[in-house]
Design a protein around this ligand. Structure first.
Ligand code: NDP
Ligand code: GDR
Length: 344
């Protein structure tokens, strides 16, 4: 049996790290695109790292950026992957209002650069596009594969382009190119500025006496929160199907931000009302009020079914953040530098 090769853009992100881990477990050779940065940005995958000089190494990292199409063509031509997962994006909805053009370039145009790289390299590759429930935006729930889109942010508008261009490459060139329309999914590896992780980190810090208040925006927003590890398995299933198609992955249950707060704080015996403060800077110029997905098609055709709901997820994340606080301090705090400045 030949080893399958997968290429993951966004491997250093939440989903990329879980997907890499899953594919390595399945026996894949995994190639990840990483961005050159002045500090290491591979913390989520460091535990998977193998010295590429070792005979049995199956994880390989390559410098690349979705803004550099020529580099993508070179890499796809050299690696000749069986599967490409395009997970890279400027993925923060609020930030997309501050950096709309950058978001369009990475989150939208980035997809066409990667699709073109696959086409120009002439490889027989299956392509997964990380599409989002944000596409539905103002269209009320429940949302499924037939629900009309109404994006409400530069991020969602960029993802809309990526969604349609993926469909277009399927129709125009017969590529096995699919959209996973994923509702919010979280984990202990979730970025610290998304609302769930912001809450669970704060719960751990407040319980430890290191923080008193947590500043948040809209508590009424409804989201369908699932567990990222289960969702990356759904991505893989989409690329194993007989025919390319687009699928919603969701739990089918919505919670408000307030519900998530309640579950997280009460899990350690705290009351969120004693700690949460409002800050308007976390409001968006146009908000998405409610997203609740209907994952019936993925269940019927791919056999995919999530088991962790939003409340269970909150408890998993709080436990992980409480445990993480017990570990050695943050590497960002350089005590030597602080002492040097104090002495100066
Ligand atoms: P993260 O923000 O955790 O990760 C984003 C990844 O994209 C990081 O590896 C980042 O690299 C990389 N990246 C950003 N810009 C570029 C660029 N210009 N070139 C190359 N790589 C880049 O996102 P998630 O893991 O949460 O999400 C994965 C994908 O799924 C994203 O496309 C997101 O929009 C989409 N999505 C996520 C959902 C969720 O609930 N998590 C739901 C639906 C869709 P670096 O580490 O260097 O910053
Ligand atoms: P979202 O996730 O915008 O749904 O996008 P986020 O966790 O940022 O916001 C969810 C809801 O919480 C409200 N909110 C706050 N959000 C943040 N980040 N910080 C706050 O302080 C805060 N207070 C309230 C927001 O207004 C919003 O209604 C995520 C990303 O992963 C996208 O990439 C992905 O496509 C979608 O999920 C599905």
């Amino acid at each position: 049996m030949t080893t399958k090769k997968a290429l993951i853009s966004g491997i250093t992100g939440q989903d990329g790290s879980y997907l890499a881990e899953l594919l390595l477990l399945k026996g894949y050779e995994v190639h990840g695109l990483i961005r050159r940065a002045s500090t290491f940005n591979t913390a989520r995958i460091d535990h998977l790292y193998q010295d590429p000089h070792e005979q049995d190494a199956r994880l390989f990292l390559h410098y690349a950026d979705l803004s550099d199409g020529a580099r993508l063509v070179t890499l796809i031509s050299q690696i000749r992957p069986d599967e490409v997962y395009n997970l890279a994006a400027q993925s923060h909805v609020r930030v997309s209002f501050d950096e709309p053009e950058h978001t369009a370039d990475t989150t939208g145009t980035g997809a066409i650069r990667l699709l073109e790289a696959v086409r120009l390299a002439g490889v027989d590759t299956r392509y997964y596009q990380a599409s989002s429930s944000e596409l539905y935006g103002a269209t009320p729930p429940p949302q499924d594969e037939t629900t009309p889109f109404h994006p409400r942010s530069p991020y969602a508008a960029a993802k809309l382009y990526a969604y349609w261009i993926t469909k277009n490459y399927r129709e125009a060139y017969g590529m096995f190119a699919v959209n996973g329309i994923l509702f919010n999914h979280e984990s202990p590896r979730r970025g610290e500025t998304f609302v769930t992780r912001k809450i669970t980190r704060a719960v751990a810090a407040i319980q430890a006496g290191r923080q008193e208040h947590l500043y948040l925006g809209n508590l009424d927003a409804v989201r369908d929160w699932g567990y990222a590890a289960e969702y990356v398995e759904g991505m893989w299933r989409m690329l194993q199907a007989d025919e390319p198609d687009d699928y919603v992955l969701a739990t089918g249950t919505g919670l408000t931000v307030r519900d998530f707060l309640d579950e997280s704080f009460s899990h350690v015996g705290l009351r969120w009302q004693d700690h949460v403060r409002f800050d308007e800077r976390y409001l968006r110029p146009s908000e998405v009020d409610a997203l609740v997905g209907d994952p019936s098609k993925a269940h019927a055709e791919l056999g995919w079914k999530p088991t962790v709901d939003g409340r269970a997820l909150a408890r998993i994340m709080v436990d992980a953040d409480v445990e993480a606080l017990g570990h050695a301090g943050s590497p960002w705090i350089d005590r030597v530098a602080l002492a040097t400045w104090e002495a100066a």
